[in-house]
Design a protein around this ligand. Structure first.
Ligand SMILES: *Cc1c(COP(=O)(O)O)cnc(C)c1O
Length: 358
């Protein structure tokens, strides 16, 4: 059968990257972000690989958390979107999923079901400046009291916020957000959480009780200014596809849609079974790096739906060889930079390919 683009997910790299997070935040618990199908790595498989190394998981929707529970994940799970109906509240309790309350409307909903509310685990999200989800600073104290009056003493209420610019190490907005968080929470004795990957790796004193790393666990750098290798991270995903044919083209021959790349001289090129339909970014221009048999080369011409074309000038390769789009040899961050996007998007997109766990 014809081989397809595939992912290889490296368990050792995931586990290593958790240890890097632990090294930077030795006193905090580590909640790995496995939302969006674990950034394309496969939510359940990734959780299973990580569960003996971390302290909990963070998902977006309640539904993602329930799936993990049904498949036997027992560590704490936090849903950052939380509930939006009375049924959600019941399910969150049934499956023991901690829910973020990020809006007053959720609080009102909870108050209208006080009987179930008492057993729900809640994390109150504070908007310290991201201006997306979270309660406004002026309503935090009263909201916290309202939640405390609903929730039984056994179900502790936690506090969190999210940072908008932690990847910009010179930007003092991050400290302003932290000051806001501290002012609102210092008199409250509760578990607290602020740090994403950028804050774990780049900022001091941001660790609190729980850190929430995502991208660093997958082996990509949250910073434009520091590579994953410099940060000691290992790529958790190799996205690769087979070379399905090799063509000898002549000087002046143009490649692919729109004829955007012309052979400067007679040229050997390779056709790779991977395109934007498989999650390779369509906006990656000619020159975007790939690797074949440990040799770096580049894509040439436009990315199409199911193929890319690569330059085989001075490259040893045969039909059937795997071409790495990103992974152990090609940093996903480099491809993202070329394609005008971020690694997060590329990893998520590649998640539709068949995954092999090793
Ligand atoms: C996605 C997310 C994270 C993880 O962010 P990374 O940049 O991938 O480390 C942490 N906290 C919240 C609230 C998130 O939504």
């Amino acid at each position: 059968m014809t081989r397809l683009a595939r992912l290889r997910v490296h368990s050792k790299a995931l586990q290593h990257n958790i240890m890097v997070a632990k090294k930077h935040a030795p006193d905090a618990n580590v909640m790995v972000a496995v939302k969006a199908n674990a950034y394309g790595h496969g939510g359940l498989q990734t959780a299973k690989i990580c569960q003996n190394y971390c302290d909990g998981f963070m998902v977006a929707s309640l539904y993602e958390g329930i799936v993990l529970r049904q498949q036997g994940i027992i560590l704490p799970i936090l849903s950052i979107q939380g509930f939006s109906s009375a049924d959600d509240i019941k399910e969150a309790i049934q499956y023991n999923i901690r829910c973020v309350i990020h809006s007053l409307s959720q609080l009102v909903l909870l108050e209208s079901h006080p009987e179930s509310a008492s057993n729900l685990k809640i994390t109150l999200k504070i908007d310290t400046g991201m201006h997306r989800l979270g309660l406004a600073p002026e309503s935090v104290a009263s909201s916290y009291q309202r939640i405390k009056s609903l929730v039984s003493v056994n179900s502790s209420v936690w506090l969190m916020s999210h940072l908008a610019c932690a990847d910009e190490l010179e930007n003092d907005y991050t400290r302003q957000q932290q000051d806001c968080f501290n002012q609102l929470t210092e008199s409250i004795d509760a578990s607290k959480s602020l740090a994403n990957s950028a804050a774990i790796l780049g900022w001091e004193n941001m660790q609190y009780d729980w850190v929430r790393p995502g991208i660093m666990i997958y082996g990509s750098s949250p910073f434009a200014t520091h590579s994953a290798i410099e940060l000691g991270l290992q790529a958790a995903m190799t996205f690769e596809a087979p070379l399905i044919t090799i063509q000898q083209l002549n000087k002046g021959d143009a490649i692919g849609y729109g004829q955007t790349w012309q052979c400067p001289e007679d040229r050997l090129v390779g056709i790779v079974a991977c395109g934007y339909g498989d999650g390779y970014p369509r906006h990656a221009p000619s020159g975007t790096v790939v690797s074949v048999n440990q040799q770096r080369t580049q894509i040439i011409g436009r990315v199409s739906m199911d193929v890319i074309v690569i330059d085989l000038h001075n490259i040893q390769a045969e039909i059937g060889d795997w071409v790495e789009c990103w992974g152990e040899n090609i940093a996903v961050d480099d491809v993202a930079l070329s394609a005008g996007t971020i690694s997060y998007e590329l990893l998520c997109s590649a998640g539709r390919a068949v995954a092999v766990y090793e």
